[in-house]
Ligand binder design. Structure first.
Ligand SMILES: Cc1cc2nc3c(=O)[nH]c(=O)nc-3n(C[C@H](O)[C@H](O)[C@H](O)COP(=O)(O)OP(=O)(O)OC[C@H]3O[C@@H](n4cnc5c(N)ncnc54)[C@H](O)[C@@H]3O)c2cc1C
Length: 425
């Protein structure tokens, strides 16, 4: 709970949203001596599953900030390779041992622990302030210039004026719609059902994907249970519910037979969460006084599990470009605009390439697989492993290519923003 926030506040940079993009940017700007206020609508970082992957490039950022050793003392698991099952054949699809980063693995850590860590570090800096339970409801805009945000809090309305507002409030961004920024929908033919299933001695050893005719499921090892993502056709939830829970449990067993004795753990539809997948991108990420980053600028599909990575990379690039002009009191809001354009220019290419790859996997791989059969009871069809996947599985050097794409990504960023503020001990 926050303790009575003032009804008006003035700061240099106001960030809407305390997700990976907002918290990392807040930390970097505060470290560079910029006054930052982050407004987060939730009371804590505990929320629905939003991915647990901390990629090698994000770990590299931690290393550059001198925080890596401390970060890795928090409970996590390390994934050195990604495996997949195509029909009955197990394949290695990506091998992170060759990525050019300090850590040659993906760290699996619940997102709330990752955000708690960033928050703990940021709150040690005197120029950082996080206000929880503060939901941004609109922006102040005059003659095409954004000068702040309005928010609701449990103790009444809050108005924050700022030289720069950052929209880091995710794929349903209030800030971007309040400012009238134009969004292009890139299309997603799939939705995803998320659920937890208990672990047992049998079954796969590591995080990975399983594909059979008619179904695809990704499984993430969360120590005491599996977090499962079952891909369905866009808008297909109603049909699945109409077939009934027992039929759905049978569909899961078809793709992952070792769950046969555990699917009863799904006792009702409340145990199964629908994620409506969206892939979109802003036509322009900024306007005078406002910049959007992360999912607010380019909502990512969960495919490849790279959205957090892109959000962090956006934050690092934004801090590299904006820290100096923001710290300079003589730079006005309108003089900041060319720097905002520079951030978009730097990050548009990685977002565009990554989203194009996600759309291709959705349309060319997942959509045909889902359309090819599906419901339990349909006769089993043997699935042959495509030869490129067989080749990939034989060579750890070839596996380094997808590992780089997922673990590092296009145009990795390095911390160049200065460290002016020392942490309070
Ligand atoms: C089910 C699911 C699974 C995923 N799995 C993975 C994965 O395994 N790996 C991966 O890399 N990516 C994954 N992604 C994508 C990833 O979660 C996003 O790309 C990433 O979180 C984007 O970070 P962000 O900071 O831009 O936005 P978000 O993480 O969405 O954070 C936005 C923040 O803003 C807050 N907020 C929203 N509106 C307001 C408001 N009006 N006022 C104040 N605060 C507000 C939210 O509470 C939230 O804290 C997954 C996404 C989903 C939906």
């Amino acid at each position: 709970m926050i303790s009575s926030p003032p009804s008006t506040l003035s700061t240099c940079c106001c960030i809407a949203g305390g997700g990976p993009a907002g918290m990392m940017l807040g930390l970097l700007l505060a470290r560079a001596g910029v006054q930052v206020v982050v407004l987060e609508k939730h009371a804590d970082f505990l929320r629905d599953f939003r991915g647990d992957t901390v990629h090698p490039s994000t770990l590299q950022v931690m290393h550059e900030l001198g925080l890596l050793d401390k970060f890795l003392t928090r409970p996590h698991d390390e994934i050195h390779e990604l495996r997949g099952m195509v029909g009955d054949t197990e394949l290695v699809l990506a091998n992170f041992r060759h990525v050019p980063c300090s850590c040659k693995f993906i760290a699996l850590m619940p997102q709330w622990d990752f955000l708690d860590f960033l928050c703990d570090e940021a709150e040690r800096l005197p120029t950082f302030r996080l206000i929880r339970n503060a939901e941004v409801t609109g922006v102040f805009m005059h003659a095409g210039v954004v000068s702040g945000v309005k928010a609701t809090t449990p103790v009444g309305p809050l108005q924050v004026t700022a030289d720069l507002v950052i929209g880091a409030d995710g794929r349903h961004s209030t800030v971007r719609s309040a400012a009238g920024l134009v969004v292009h929908d890139l299309g997603a033919p799939i939705d995803v059902l998320w659920m937890r299933l208990p672990k047992a001695a049998d079954g796969p050893a590591t995080t990975g994907g399983r594909i059979v005719p008619g179904a695809f499921m990704a499984m993430i090892d969360r120590r005491s249970y599996w977090q499962c993502a079952y891909v369905i056709a866009k808008g297909g939830m109603a049909a699945i519910q109409a077939r009934g829970l027992e039929a759905f449990r049978a569909e899961l067993v078809k793709v992952a037979p070792f769950f046969a004795d555990r699917v009863q753990a799904l006792s009702g539809w409340d145990d199964i969460k629908l994620l409506s997948v969206t892939v979109d991108r802003l036509e322009r990420w900024y306007m005078p006084g406002l910049l959007c980053i992360g999912d607010a600028a380019h909502a990512m599909s969960p495919i490849g599990g790279v959205g957090i990575n892109l959000a962090i990379q956006d934050a690092v690039a934004a801090a590299n470009i904006l820290a100096a002009p923001l710290a300079d009191v003589s730079v006005s809001t309108s003089a900041l605009t060319p720097f905002l354009a520079k951030v978009e220019k730097r990050r548009l290419f990685p977002a565009r390439v990554t989203q194009a790859a996600q759309v291709a996997v959705q349309n060319r791989l997942l959509k045909p697989v889902i359309a090819s059969g599906g419901a339990a009871g349909t006769p089993a069809v043997t699935m042959t492993v495509p030869w490129p996947l067989k080749l990939l599985s034989c060579s750890s050097w070839l596996q380094a290519i997808p590992a780089y794409a997922v673990g590092v990504g296009v145009r990795p960023e390095h911390v160049r923003s200065p460290q002016k503020e020392k942490v309070a001990l």
